[in-house]
Every structure is written in structure tokens, then in C-alpha cells.
Design a protein. Structure first.
Length: 394
């Protein structure tokens, strides 16, 4: 069949195309008389200036850089759990769009009777259709509500924000209090560790009759250098003066005595060796081992002290934050009384009614033309139409 034939046939049925016009007028009138739906919106921003607590990045880096085995067994790593990765705005939106806020609003404004729903779940589904919560790229949170009563719509969004604000503030206080208690616990543990290492070093010095291991080691090395120089001088003098010389024999005795002293300060030592408390000189090999131990424990002590200082600072900062009563949210745009309805849109209803009825009318006219054979070259189309009717009767 040719499209031109269809067009010509439709022109002969112009009266049928009055139907879309009448339908569009009816839709326009229906949209006019239908109760108007108003939408109001409140826009806000989460104030995070007073909610920053533990510097988790610094704690994490200090903890990972520390090689203290005793620290890894403590609860310091749990500081990383004091504050999750969730953003304050995401947490606030979760509260604002949560079941608790929705049910509280439904019961306060008796929306269940307005929705004519008996079960809370059905009322929640209806409520979710009327409320719209979102966040733009700049972090501004919006909460909009649609209702026939513009005053009620404004009061509903204000009420939702108020409840969410109270709930968010409560969660923030609980988190701060938990952080304070946990930081106090970590502070006590670190103080105990610092005290334990300090006592260990004091005991180490007392049991080994040490005054200053590094200084004594340096003094011993200088003494060894002096002994070695004197021994070499005595050997040279002995060779010059000969074996039978009385002065050479005296020098030999002094050299042997110096060599004994040298061996005492440089060389193997007994497992039970302890420096004498009557001399500052110590065995250099023994001192080398003890220096490694002292440096390792001193490094542990220093890291503990750094962590203790950091945790103490964070605890004081967190305590100061808990004492502040700063606003949790900042209202960017308060809810307002809308002066123009959101829907139904009369023009949209009229255009939609006209378009739908025009398409249906067009199909109806073409169908009638094919059925009656008024449209040229429609034998195949009529045959297919009869086949469709026959199949539907079976």
C-alpha cells in the first residue's frame, strides 16, 4: 500500500481527527480542576570545621614506620577505626533518608491517614515518592517534598532536617566520646611502655656498673690507642738497646704489663664479664654488643615517646572539640512557601492527551480503511488481517 493512498484516505476522514482536539481540551480542563501539587525545598551544607578529630593519616604512618613488636600487639592500630572513610555529608544523607526520620515524619503529620495506608511499609513507599533527597557536586544537600498543602510541605522538610540534625549531633558526640576514651587507653598503654623501657635501661646500667656506655666506649678506644702506641715504642726501644740491656728489660716488663691491659680492654671476655665499678674503662668487644642493645632500646623508647606525644595531643584536641557546641549544619536556603504549583502542568496534559489520542485515531482510521478496502492495494493487508482474526478466535 502507498503512503500517499493512506494520506488521501485520512483526509476523507477529517471528522475523526477532531477527537484529539477534544481530548486535549478535556485534559487541559482536567488538569485545571485537579488539586495542585506544591513542592518546597531546603538546601544545607554540613559544617565539618568542628568535627575533625584524630589525624588518622599521621597515626597510620607513624604506626607503620614503627617496628615495635609490643606496639603491634596493642590496640593502637584500632585508632584507625575511630573514624571511617564515610564523609560527613554521606552520613547526614543516610540519616536524612533513613527509615527513622521518615516514620517520625509520617506519624507527626499523620501522613498515614492522608495516604490511607495502615501498614508502615506501605506508608513509607508512598512517602518515598513524595520526598526527594540529593547532593550536588559542590556538597550542597537538598531535601524537597511534594504535597497539596504548601504549608505542610514546608513544615515537613524543616522537621526532617531538624530530626536529622539532632541524630547527627548525637552520633558525633558518641564518636567523640569513644575517641576520647580510646585515646586515653592508648595514652596509658604508651606511658606504661615508656616507663618499662626506661626502667629496663636503668637496670641495665646498674647491673653492668655503667655510667655512660657511649662515653666509656670512646674513652676505652682512646686508651687502647695510647696503649698500642706505647707498646710499639717499647718494642722499638728494646730492639735498639738489645736483649741484655737493663733498660731494655725494664721496658719489656712495662710492655708486657701494657699488653695485658690491652688484652683486658680489647679481645675475648668471659660470659660473666662485668666492668669494674672502680674504673671507667670497659672491654671494647663487650661494649660493642651492649651498644647495639642500648641503641635498639633507645630507638624503641624514642618511638614510644613520639607516639605518646602525638596521642596526647590528639586526645586534648578531641576533648576540646567535644566541649564546643558548633552548628552541625549550615542552612544555605530555608524551606519556603511555594507560590506556584509543581503539577499538574496544563500544557503538558493537553499536549500528552492530544498526542496519544491522535496516534490512536490515526491507527483506527487506517485500520478501518484496510478492513473496508478503501485504501488501494490493500488485499495483502486484508488477508493478513483476516489471518490475525482467525488465529485470535482459536
Amino acid at each position: 500500500m502507498a503512503y500517499f493512498d493512506i494520506f488521501c484516505y485520512c483526509l476523507t476522514k477529517k471528522k475523526f481527527f477532531l477527537i484529539p482536539v477534544l481530548v486535549s481540551i478535556a485534559c487541559f480542563v482536567l488538569a485545571w480542576v485537579m488539586p495542585p501539587i506544591y513542592t518546597t525545598e531546603i538546601r544545607l551544607q554540613i559544617d565539618t570545621s568542628g568535627s575533625e578529630t584524630t589525624n588518622l593519616g599521621a597515626v597510620s604512618s607513624m604506626f607503620k614506620s614503627s617496628s615495635l613488636s609490643s606496639l603491634s600487639g596493642s590496640g593502637l592500630s584500632s585508632i584507625l577505626g575511630l573514624q571511617g572513610t564515610i564523609k560527613p555529608s554521606d552520613l547526614y544523607m543516610e540519616i536524612l533518608s533513613g527509615r527513622e526520620v521518615a516514620l517520625n515524619t509520617i506519624h507527626k503529620f499523620r501522613l498515614d491517614t492522608l495516604y490511607k495506608k495502615k501498614a508502615d511499609e506501605l506508608s513509607l513507599k508512598r512517602f518515598d515518592k513524595d520526598v526527594l533527597i540529593g547532593e550536588d557536586a559542590s556538597g550542597i544537600i537538598s531535601c524537597a517534598f511534594e504535597a497539596k498543602d504548601k504549608v505542610m510541605a514546608r513544615d515537613i522538610v524543616r522537621h526532617m532536617v531538624q530530626i536529622s540534625n539532632e541524630r547527627y549531633l548525637k552520633l558525633q558526640k558518641e564518636r567523640l566520646q569513644y575517641s576520647i576514651e580510646y585515646l586515653k587507653k592508648q595514652e596509658r598503654e604508651l606511658m606504661d611502655s615508656v616507663q618499662a623501657i626506661s626502667d629496663e635501661l636503668v637496670t641495665f646500667y646498674r647491673d653492668n656498673n655503667l655510667v655512660d656506655l657511649e662515653a666509656q666506649t670512646e674513652l676505652t678506644v682512646k686508651a687502647l690507642a695510647g696503649y698500642e702506641s706505647q707498646i710499639n715504642n717499647y718494642k722499638l726501644s728494646e730492639q735498639v738497646q738489645g736483649r741484655d740491656n737493663a733498660d731494655a728489660n725494664e721496658m719489656r716488663k712495662k710492655r708486657v704489663l701494657l699488653e695485658k691491659k690491652f688484652r683486658e680492654l680489647r679481645g675475648k671476655y668471659d660470659e660473666k664479664y662485668v666492668p669494674t665499678d672502680k674504673s671507667l674503662y670497659i672491654n671494647s668487644d663487650w661494649a660493642s654488643e651492649k651498644l647495639l642493645y642500648q641503641e635498639r632500646r633507645a630507638a624503641d623508647l624514642k618511638r614510644f615517646q613520639m607516639l605518646l606525644e602525638f596521642v596526647s595531643t590528639e586526645k586534648m584536641n578531641t576533648e576540646s572539640q567535644s566541649l564546643k557546641n558548633q552548628p552541625v549544619i549550615q542552612i544555605v536556603q530555608d524551606a519556603y512557601l511555594p507560590d506556584w504549583k509543581t503539577r499538574p502542568k496544563r500544557a503538558i496534559w493537553a499536549i500528552g492527551g492530544f498526542s496519544a489520542s491522535f496516534v490512536l485515531t490515526l491507527f483506527f482510521v487506517i485500520f478501518q480503511g484496510i478492513r473496508t478496502g478503501a485504501i488501494a492495494n490493500s488485499d495483502d493487508a486484508r488477508r493478513k488481517l483476516e489471518q490475525i482474526k482467525a488465529s485470535m478466535r482459536k
